[in-house]
Design a protein. Structure first.
Length: 237
């Protein structure tokens, strides 16, 4: 599962873009500059570089959106960061004010194998301590059950497309259910709603739901998906 090493600087930029535009919304140069504490001119130069690398689409004076390749990298590093935050607080009992900076330092060095082990130890968490969604892993599994059944990490292959959970959607979106996260009880509860791998799901955006349910259409059936499930049902985008 060897991959080309991507610089920490590039990962930080892509992480900011994902944090502010996970559903491929445009993120302004000013917003990136403010979050990273870097001069706007330097941000602009980096965005041009990222566009040449194929990680973003950049519009001068407006901002940038992630490409599919950029999204893949951004989700991976964001996932590692948020799982590490969960581990640092829940297991190591690190002070909350120190967690973000320590996770930033550790995320770039965390191997995929160690990430998978942390996920299993933490029982497939869906939220980081700040209640932000932990992205799905990029391993080619339909569910966590499949992950548990594969003991040899070297036999695991990467998924070739990106995913978003229902609760991450911020515009009208259609996609195929391609991964369902969680323990056996949650997986069984989702199956009882007749939501399975391959189901066609549509989210019609009017405004981001403020309650505990997400209204969706699954295989022509209108459903109100509880937030806990919405965090763990992922569609291919």
């Amino acid at each position: 599962m060897a991959e080309n090493k991507i610089s920490e600087n590039i990962e930080e930029y892509l992480e900011v873009l994902y944090r502010n535009g996970s559903n491929k919304e445009q993120v302004s140069t000013t917003q990136i500059s403010n979050e990273l504490g870097i001069a706007p001119g330097s941000v602009t130069q980096m965005l041009k570089k990222l566009e040449k690398l194929g990680y973003i689409d950049y519009t001068p004076y407006k901002g940038a959106t992630l490409t599919d390749e950029g999204m893949k990298i951004a989700q991976k590093i964001t996932r590692k960061h948020r799982i590490l935050e969960k581990f640092l607080i829940d297991v190591l009992k690190v002070k909350e004010e120190n967690v973000h900076s320590q996770a930033c330092e550790m995320e770039h060095a965390l191997s995929d194998e160690a990430e998978r082990a942390l996920c299993a130890m933490l029982n497939n968490p869906d939220l980081c301590p700040d209640n932000n969604i932990i992205p799905a892993c990029n391993f080619d599994f339909d569910s966590c059950r499949q992950c548990y059944s594969q003991n040899d990490f070297d036999q695991i292959v990467n998924r070739q497309f990106n995913l978003l959970s229902i609760s991450e959607l911020t515009s009208t979106t259609e996609g195929i259910v391609s991964f369902i996260r969680g323990n056996s009880d949650l997986l069984d509860a989702i199956a009882e709603l007749e939501i399975t791998i391959g189901s066609q799901l549509k989210f019609e955006y009017t405004e981001i739901p403020t309650g505990n349910y997400y209204p969706v259409i699954v295989d022509d059936n209108e459903l109100n998906i509880p937030l806990e499930m919405a965090n763990n049902i992922f569609i291919r985008i």
